[in-house]
Design a protein around this ligand. Structure first.
Ligand code: ZN
Length: 386
């Protein structure tokens, strides 16, 4: 195994992040190492061949990436020992403790994705979090378990969520730059979280490499290079809300704090579909049962949609002041549409207003011009009886 999957650079045209884009090769590093994490034994020197490394920038989203990818199994027995520097230890301890304190994660379930040897899990545990890790490398799993941590084995992806979900918090440190499908990876994490979950994401800073002319920061093991902007974009694109972005460790790292983005109000709307449908149905049925009838005012988009989705049965007819709609029928519910004067000619006992923008005007017209004395209801979160 040489550790590299070579893509044909000529045909590598789609951005790994935005899936669009026009990738422009911006840097070529001849005689690069096939990977930097596996140092060689003497008997491997003969077969070791350099590669040309191409670094691309997406013209659409600005994401910097390699065309080459490591073999999917590359990390199965990966081992990079964690730094023993005092400065790093102080930084990580403070970061873990601040993360737990800031988001009140003490006693909460926090997962570190790519937990390595469990070094950082220790700091999270010291800060009070109830931690576990997930790790692809069997050698790392063993080291983490020796420290007494629960460690799940495997990779996280769109189809593979983290076991024992949902989690209250997550940490991904120095991992995202290795991941061949960052969207799938982030979506897998998001699917493993409970509502309100928070996370800490740390990657090497692309800004630091560029500002300091560090071409040697580009190597095969890192297929992704995140600036603060593209890291934010990647997270927001996959369902996270970015709370804070900072440069840490003398500018070496981009660190982002996120929370799971709240579902839009659309989830709430789904509940309203059910309740309002039931209420409209009950309203019409309550009249029908005693031999009375209900009409609808409004054959515009709202009226047509409400009648269709609510699968309304037993409505007498629809009225609309637009002469171009009169004489026609509503789609799906197939109700005849007439002029408002129909309410005087063929009286009903109740009217439901769906033309909400004209609600007050319609009520006035009903009561004053038409002399309607029956019940009037209007669509809202619930069916409102006026
Ligand atoms: Zn892109």
């Amino acid at each position: 195994m040489n550790g590299i999957v070579m893509n044909n650079c000529e045909t590598y045209i789609k951005c790994r992040l935005c899936r669009e884009g026009n990738l422009k090769p911006c840097l070529r590093l001849r005689h690069s190492a096939r990977n930097i994490s596996r140092l060689l034994r003497h008997n491997e020197l003969q077969s070791d061949m350099p590669i040309d490394l191409y670094v691309y920038e997406c013209q659409e989203c600005g994401f910097v990436q390699l065309a080459q990818m490591l073999e999917p199994s590359f990390y199965d027995d990966y081992l990079m020992t964690s730094s023993h520097s005092a400065q790093m230890k102080t930084f990580q301890q403070a970061q873990a403790s601040e993360f737990v304190r800031c988001f009140a994660l003490s006693g909460k379930r926090v997962i570190e994705v790519g937990c390595g040897d469990g070094n950082y899990l220790d700091y999270l545990r010291q800060a009070g979090a109830n931690v576990a890790g997930i790790e692809a490398s069997s050698r790392f799993q063993e080291l983490s378990r020796k420290r007494g941590f629960t460690v799940f084995s495997g990779y996280v992806g769109r189809e593979s969520v983290i076991p024992e979900s949902p989690w209250d918090g997550f940490v991904i440190r120095q991992v995202l730059e290795h991941v061949p499908d960052p969207n799938g990876f982030l979506q897998g994490i998001r699917a493993s979280l409970g509502s309100g979950a928070v996370g800490l994401v740390e990657v090497p800073s692309l800004e630091q490499s560029l500002d300091n002319g560090r071409f040697y920061d580009f190597f095969a093991d890192h297929v992704n290079y995140f600036s603060a902007r593209t890291l934010r974009y990647a997270l927001e694109r996959n369902g996270f809300e970015v709370i804070d972005v900072s440069r840490e460790m003398g500018g070496e790292y981009n660190v982002v704090l996120v929370r799971i983005a709240q579902c839009s109000e659309l989830t709430g709307l789904q509940r309203i579909v059910d309740t309002l449908t039931e209420e409209i149905g009950d309203f019409i049925e309550s009249y029908r049962r005693i031999g009375k009838r209900v009409a609808i005012w409004g054959a515009g988009g709202k009226g047509v949609t409400a009648l269709a989705v609510a699968n309304v049965q037993g409505v007498a007819y629809v009225v609309d002041s637009d002469p171009y709609k009169q004489g026609l029928f509503t789609p799906v519910s197939h109700l005849p549409i007439g002029a408002p004067k129909m309410l005087a000619e063929d009286p009903v006992e109740a009217v439901v207003i769906t033309a909400l923008a004209y609600r007050d005007e319609i009520i006035t017209q009903l009561r004053k011009s038409i002399g309607f004395t029956g019940q009037v209801a209007v669509l809202g979160h619930h069916l409102q009886i006026i």
